[in-house]
Design a binder for this molecule. Structure first.
Ligand code: C5P
Length: 287
C-alpha cells in the first residue's frame, strides 16, 4: 500500500507596516502589523512513518542555517499537535527550503504552520483553525498569522489576527546572508527609546485599493531605526531600492530582508536586475 502523504506550500510573509506600541511585562512587545503572505514558499510534505523525523532539503546556504533538533520549529509544531491529537502517530516531515532563514520573512513560522495544517490532515486530528492557532502561538508569535491563508492585521504580540483586504502587489526582495535575531531587534528598540510609528489607516486604504503609489509612500517599520544603526548595509539596501525607483521600501519583521515595492511585474523585474540575488515576488500571491 502506498504511504499516504500531505503536501502544503508554506508561504513566507512580509510586514507591510510594523508598528511597535510598547514593551510588556512578559518580555514581548505589543505591536500592530499588516502581515502579507508572499509567493516565495517552502514546501512541507508529511508522510506516515513509525517515528517523528524532520528532513530539511535545499541549497546549502539555506539549510545550513536551519536549526536542528528541538530548535526546529517544524519539529516543535509536530510535537505540539501530537500532544493534542488522539490519532497522532509518527511522521516523516520533509521541508524543501527556499525562504532565507532569520531574514524577517517568517520562514520557520511558515514551516511550523504548514506542519500543523499538514499533520492535522494526515493524522485526521480534526482540530479547527482556532485550536491550531492556540498551538501555534506557543511555538512563535508569527505562527498564528501564518496559519491565516491571506493578509492579516495582527496585534497583541502577534497572536490577535483579523483578516485584511490587500490587493496583490509586485515586490523586489533583497536578502542577506545573515539574519537579525528578533529578541535583539526588540531589545534595541527599548534601548534606543523607540516610539510607535504613524496611524496605519492610510496605508491600509492604499493596500485594499491596490494603489501602489500611495502604498509606497506609507510603508514603515518601527524596528528599522535601531536595526539600521547596527547593520548599515540593510539601510543601504533600502536607500538603493528607493534610488533605483522603487515606490517605497521597507525592512520586513526584525530584518534582515528589505522589500521594494514596484509598479508592476515589468518594473519589478527591471529593478531586481540592479540587485544581485534579489527575488521578484507577489504579495499577497496573485490568485
Ligand atoms: O515569539 P517569538 O519566539 O517569535 O519571539 C522571539 C522574541 O522576539 C521574543 O522572545 C521577544 O524577545 C521578541 N518579540 C517581542 N515582541 C513580539 C514578538 C517577539 O518582543 N511581539
Amino acid at each position: 500500500m502506498a504511504t499516504r502523504e500531505v503536501r502544503r506550500e508554506a508561504h513566507a510573509k512580509i510586514n507591510v507596516f510594523l508598528r511597535v506600541l510598547s514593551a510588556r511585562a512578559d518580555g514581548y512587545h505589543d505591536l500592530e502589523s499588516l502581515v502579507a503572505p508572499i509567493s516565495l514558499s517552502d514546501t512541507v510534505t508529511v508522510r506516515e512513518a513509525e517515528a517523528l523525523r524532520v528532513d530539511v532539503r535545499g541549497a546549502e546556504r539555506l539549510t545550513g542555517d536551519v536549526p536542528a533538533g528541538g530548535l526546529n520549529l517544524a519539529l516543535v509544531a509536530a510535537l505540539a499537535i501530537g500532544d493534542a491529537c488522539p490519532g497522532a502517530g509518527g511522521a516523516e516531515i520533509t521541508i524543501d527550503k527556499r525562504i532565507p532563514v532569520a531574514g524577517g520573512l517568517g520562514g520557520g513560522s511558515a514551516d511550523a504552520a504548514g506542519t500543523l495544517l499538514a499533520l492535522n490532515e494526515l493524522w485526521g486530528c480534526g482540530l479547527d483553525l482556532a485550536t491550531l492557532a492556540e498551538l501555534g502561538e506557543r511555538i512563535g508569535s508569527d505562527v498564528p498569522a501564518m496559519l491565516a491563508s491571506g493578509p492579516a492585521l495582527v496585534s497583541g504580540r502577534g497572536e490577535l489576527i483579523a483578516p485584511a483586504q490587500m490587493a496583490p502587489f509586485w515586490w523586489v526582495l533583497v536578502h542577506f546572508d545573515f539574519g537579525v535575531r528578533s529578541p535583539d531587534a526588540y531589545r534595541w528598540w527599548d534601548e534606543d527609546g523607540g516610539a510607535p510609528g504613524p496611524d496605519p489607516e492610510p496605508l491600509l486604504e492604499a493596500a485594499a485599493a491596490g494603489d501602489a503609489e500611495a502604498l509606497g509612500r506609507h510603508l514603515f517599520n518601527d524596528l528599522e531605526r535601531s536595526v539600521f544603526a547596527r547593520y548599515p548595509e540593510i539601510a543601504r539596501a533600502k536607500d538603493a531600492l528607493l534610488a533605483a525607483g522603487a515606490l517605497g521600501a521597507v525592512m520586513s519583521g526584525s530584518g534582515s530582508s528589505v522589500v521594494g515595492l514596484a509598479r508592476d511585474e515589468a518594473d519589478a523585474r527591471s529593478l531586481s536586475e540592479r540587485f544581485p540575488g534579489a527575488l521578484v515576488v507577489t504579495g499577497p500571491p496573485a490568485r
